[in-house]
Design a binder for this molecule. Structure first.
Ligand code: ATP
Length: 297
């Protein structure tokens, strides 16, 4: 029996490792709960995108058939521009990014990139075109090198170093006991929220996608880190088609268009300046946020 114990124990270990890494993947993509499987259509094409124009056309969506989440959502992000989505918690903001990445299929309407329905694209090629900096980056229990290189598995060491530098995490890595070979994640060195976001930015820089989704962290980073990360994101979103899910209005005032969502619908849209001038929901949110920030100071 003792002889059997070793291999069985090892198998248990392997099983746990596999299960944990699947859980990591799910967490990383914000795929908690049930995931409706999406499949490639028979005539699916490879997405070969350089300038990507993203369009949501009368999109309806629900996770559960008895609870509609999005109703008739239409907007477009011209190639290289930035659209930011704001609105109360649960309004459906992050759902937009999950649909664009095609974790789920829409119930009605369509999402197109350069006029091609995302359901007509080979999934792997669609996802290769999109970089996500999620709310809370989950790191793999592996080296920091692996965690960055994940953005481009065939990257050279120089490319990984360059990506780390442009995400301003290189100096931090060089101070770690084993540099790029330091193990991070739940079973290794724990990184702060800002450091994790920088890893996600480095991954994205390495992937170099034409489309970027940035799901802003709900929990505020300290204001110095927040500003630095905003500046890095601004740099990487230049000339990329970008969708920002924002929790703080101050970070998106220069977006090309801001969509205000409430209960799954877009209730206002425009630039920061237009929205303030029209004195509606956005202007109220802005006033409230200024007031709250004033109280914190
Ligand atoms: P927040 O600002 O809090 O991040 P949000 O506007 O991004 O909110 P979503 O994450 O898009 O909101 O969620 C919209 C609604 O869909 C919420 O009511 C949420 O409970 C529900 N929802 C989200 N994910 C799932 C899921 N996997 N299964 C079922 N319902 C879900």
């Amino acid at each position: 029996l003792l002889q059997l114990y070793g291999p069985l124990n090892f198998l248990g270990f392997v099983y746990r490792e596999i299960k944990n890494s699947l859980a990591d993947m799910e967490k990383m993509f914000g795929l908690m709960g049930r995931n409706a499987e999406v499949k490639d259509r028979e005539a699916a094409q490879n997405a070969a995108l350089t300038d990507a124009q993203v369009q949501f056309n009368q999109v309806d969506f629900s996770y559960d058939s008895n609870r509609p989440i999005l109703h008739g959502v239409s907007f477009s992000i011209p190639a290289g521009k930035t659209v930011a989505v704001v609105g109360s918690s649960g309004a459906g903001k992050s759902t937009l990014s999950r649909l664009l990445y095609r974790f789920y299929d829409v119930n009605a309407g369509a999402i197109t990139i350069n006029g091609v329905d995302v359901r007509d694209m080979v999934q792997s090629s669609l996802r290769a075109q999109i970089g996500i900096v999620p709310q809370d980056t989950v790191l793999f229990n592996d080296t920091i090198y692996y965690n960055i290189a994940y953005g481009k598995p065939d990257a050279t060491r120089d490319e990984v170093i360059e990506a780390a530098k442009s995400a301003h995490i290189y100096d931090f890595i060089m101070q770690l006991p084993d540099g790029f070979d330091t193990t991070v994640g739940e079973r290794g060195l724990k990184l702060s929220g800002g450091e994790k976001q920088r890893v996600a930015i480095a991954r994205t820089v390495l992937k170099n996608p034409p489309i970027l989704i940035f799901d802003e962290a709900t929990s505020a980073l300290d204001s110095h880190t927040e500003k630095a990360i905003q500046a890095e994101l601004k740099a990487i979103s230049a000339n990329r088609t970008t969708l920002v899910v924002a929790h703080r209005l101050s970070t998106i005032s220069d977006a090309d268009e801001i969509l205000v969502m409430r209960e799954g619908q877009i209730v206002e849209r425009g630039t920061h300046r237009n929205l303030l001038a029209s004195n509606g929901v956005y202007a109220q949110m802005w006033a409230l946020q200024l007031h709250e920030e004033g109280e914190q100071d």
